[in-house]
Design a protein around this ligand. Structure first.
Ligand SMILES: O=C(O)CCC(=O)C(=O)O
Ligand SMILES: [Fe+2]
Length: 769
């Protein structure tokens, strides 16, 4: 099947080119044959003319006699051979071979593309005449349809029981054929079609008229004569044809309107929507925040600009092309099936097959503040002409959701990887929202609310592509794995465990894993260990604690002193624990939390050294975390402290120079804090409310302040990935795997020293995008 994606159709264009080549060679060969026959015929004619003047004299010449006889025996035999040469056979075989090896459309493609045209007609309200003249909505294109094209569409419409469409296309074919005769189409074919289409549509009288017209041309057409009798009898009986037309639902009507850019939520409502920058307190987003526009407030649908680069799009498209297959949907039994209401091709790309795919997933995690652990692979979509996906929800319904081990699809990230010339919008009929595809932009929404319940208003449609090609990618994020990020979230699978998954449990885990714990604690959380899969997993617990800190506004000191969830626990943290937490925050690029934990670690280790921990390591990381978060003065101070311990540390000296230069340049690096972070920074205690969904896309407001950095994104410095365990000293400066900011050959960190274009101090402005 080729009609459902532009990518496959592109290859079909090449197929046609190859076949045209074969046809041309065949025509040349046939012409050559005719040419040979012609020259022989000319010679013979000439001989005859000469002979005719005096036949007796002619045959009296022995040479002439010999040539006459030879011509008729030998030459004539050659002529017959040439005449009988079946040149076409070889070429036809060649064509058959090409059809097998090249991408070649089948009958189902003709049906598919014809049905697509009918769909475009009804969604975009285009009449057959306009379409045949190349007018699509309000654009004139210079491709038009001939009589036989119109006839073919009518035929397919008839086979699809679309009799009204069939009738209209046949009438058009009729008009066109009268103006421009066609080798492959006969007036009688059209009339026959008109008779049946009119009859099936319930226009019996019209069917009779066409029958009479056909009988004028072809008076002995037996079948038609019989029909005439039947039709006339039917008309006399006074009965009515009962035409069954499918009722169109309110959602369908609204979707069609929205696809046409009609009936979109009024402006006075949308004007309340804001454009903002998000960073989710993620340092990467701090450096290069994403521009976000709200498409709807509640449920929130956001549009994130420039989520993916041109290069990433190109690579992702290239990777997916060989994998594209007809997109399927789940039937109620959970089986994947082809359906006529989803017409596109799709391919799945895994994070580990390509760094660009991984980079996109990682960025989605940053933006949504959701874990990608149980997210589905990236689904790439390519729609052909008329390709669409009718109203649906992305979440699984009822039992299907219960059966899915990672829970339901909590959120959808739909990335547009192309612009679409006409059509192809994503529309939400119940919200009256329509979004036009824009290359590089993503549409993000939650399919489930904070309690894990489905949001029915997310019903949506991918409108048929009218002109152009549509590339998109879906990332579906699942419930499982979001427990720490979405504490209120319930889902069918993990419900019972999630109820227990609260701050107290985190405290238990903390005490167990960081301090050895007590047997009493062990038994009470035994069942949870399996569910959470974090036994002996320092990273998991550390990440969990950092997330919980933000959700419940627990500052470092409280945790260190065992005050969690309004209770005093019999656990305290030492310098090494704080260092572990700081390192983890650093690794997950949460430099603010890293700074806070490492500051604690440094202070504690100063008073009470730990034989396994080198305070230089702590200070180096601490100063870099400070710098990355925007605390340049602290970065300077801690680097100076490091230099007190190790005055010749080359990298520390270079970093100090770099930090000082930034400070002196006067560029203000004002850190962005989420509301909850601000409260935390102000020393608020434990509060009972969770941050909930509001956090997902960051809070509004402060982004107008100075943000340092430029370009699309600053790449991740992954020095500690993969060496999380046993990582102590070998990772740090002395091992040569530099953490330093100043590195030869650039690397991930923006250049700092003079002339470095990356330090763009111009503030980003709030306001509509
Ligand atoms: O392509 C679009 O605009 C939407 C696609 C979609 O809704 C889906 O694949 O689930
Ligand atoms: Fe969808």
């Amino acid at each position: 099947e080729v009609f459902s994606s532009t990518e496959d159709l592109k290859e079909v264009v090449e197929t046609e080119n190859v076949l045209v080549g074969v046809l041309e060679r065949y025509i040349r060969a046939e012409k050559q044959k005719i040419k040979m026959l012609e020259s022989h015929v000319q010679n013979q004619k000439q001989e005859y003319q000469t002979a005719k003047q005096d036949i007796e004299k002619y045959v009296g010449n022995p040479i002439n006699s010999f040539r006459l006889i030879k011509r008729l025996i030998v030459d004539w035999e050659h002529m017959e051979i040439i005449m009988g040469a079946n040149i076409s056979k070889e070429f036809l075989e060649n064509i058959t071979l090409h059809k097998q090896n090249l991408k070649f459309p089948k009958n189902e493609d003709l049906t598919g593309i014809s049905v697509a045209l009918l769909r475009l007609q009804s969604t975009y309200q285009i009449n057959a005449t306009s379409m045949a003249d190349g007018i699509l909505v309000d654009q004139q294109y210079n491709s038009t349809l001939s009589a036989s094209d119109c006839y073919q569409i009518a035929r397919e419409a008839f086979l699809e029981d679309e009799y009204q469409h069939s009738l209209l296309w046949l009438q058009l074919a009729d008009i066109k054929l009268r103006k421009e005769p066609d080798d492959f189409l006969d007036q009688r074919d059209i009339l026959e079609g008109l008779i049946y289409a009119a009859y099936e549509y319930g226009y019996v009288e019209l069917a009779i008229n066409y029958t009479k017209e056909l009988l004028e041309i072809d008076p002995n057409h037996q079948e038609i004569l019989e029909n005439l009798a039947l039709f006339t009898e039917f008309l006399k009986s006074g009965r009515n044809m009962s035409i069954i037309r499918r009722a169109i639902t309110k959602d369908e009507k609204l979707s069609d309107q929205l696809c046409r850019n009609e009936n979109i939520t009024p402006l006075q409502f949308t004007s309340k929507l804001k454009c903002r920058y998000i960073n989710n307190n993620n340092p990467f987003l701090l450096i290069a925040p994403f521009k976000v526009e709200q498409a709807y407030l509640n449920p929130e649908i956001i549009i994130v600009y420039d989520i993916i680069t041109e290069k990433e799009i190109e690579i992702i498209k290239r990777l997916s092309v060989p994998k594209l297959e007809r997109a399927q949907v789940y039937d109620p039994d959970g089986e994947l099936i082809n359906v006529s209401y989803r017409v596109s091709k799709s391919a799945w790309l895994t994070d580990d097959e390509n760094t660009y795919v991984y980079a996109v997933s990682k960025r989605i995690a940053d933006i949504t503040a959701l874990s990608m652990r149980t997210a589905e692979d990236l689904q790439i979509l390519n729609y052909g002409i008329g390709g669409y996906f009718t109203n649906h929800w992305d979440y699984y319904e009822e039992e299907l959701a219960e059966r899915h081990e990672d829970g339901n699809r909590i959120a959808t990230v739909l990335i547009y990887m192309s612009d679409v010339e006409q059509g192809g919008s994503t529309v939400f009929p119940r919200l009256k929202v329509a979004v036009r595809p824009k290359k590089g932009t993503a549409l993000i929404w939650h399919n489930l609310n904070a309690y894990g319940e489905v949001i029915k208003e997310t019903f949506h449609t991918a409108c048929p592509v009218l002109v152009g090609s549509k590339w998109a990618a879906n990332k579906w994020i699942h419930v499982a794995g979001q427990e720490l990020l979405r504490p209120k979230l319930k889902n069918n699978v993990h419900n019972s465990h999630l109820d227990k998954m609260n701050i107290i449990v985190a405290a238990f885990l903390l005490s167990m894993l960081l301090n050895g714990g007590s047997s009493e604690v062990f038994t009470s959380i035994d069942d949870l260990k399996d569910v959470l899969e974090i036994e002996n997993n320092m990273v998991g617990v550390a990440t969990g604690i950092i997330s919980l800190q933000l959700t419940y506004l627990i500052n470092e000191t409280s945790i260190i002193n065992g005050q969690i969830g309004g209770k005093q626990y019999n656990l305290t943290l030492g310098g090494s624990d704080c260092y572990e937490l700081g390192k983890e925050a650093y690794t997950s690029e949460n430099y603010y939390r890293a700074f806070k934990w490492l500051e604690q670690a440094n202070a504690m280790l100063k008073v009470k050294p730990d034989m396994y921990i080198d305070r230089e390591d702590v200070l180096e990381r601490l100063s870099i975390a400070a710098y990355r978060f925007g605390y340049t003065q602290s970065a300077v101070n801690y680097t100076q402290e490091l230099l007190e311990l190790s005055p010749t540390n080359e990298k520390a000296l270079q970093n100090l120079a770099a930090y000082t230069e930034v400070l002196e340049s006067g560029v203000q690096r004002v850190p962005f804090l989420l509301h909850s972070e601000k409260l935390l920074a102000m020393g608020a205690g434990c509060v009972s409310t969770a941050a909930g969904l509001g956090r997902t896309f960051g809070s509004e407001g402060d982004f107008g302040k100075t943000v340092v950095g430029g370009g699309f994104r600053v790449g991740a410095e992954s020095f500690s990935r993969g060496v999380r365990s046993g990582f102590r000293k070998e990772v740090f400066s002395r091992s040569g795997r530099s953490l330093a900011l100043v590195r030869a050959g650039g690397g991930a960190v923006a250049p700092l020293a003079g002339g470095g274009g990356a330090l763009d101090a111009s503030p980003l402005k709030p306001g509509p995008c």
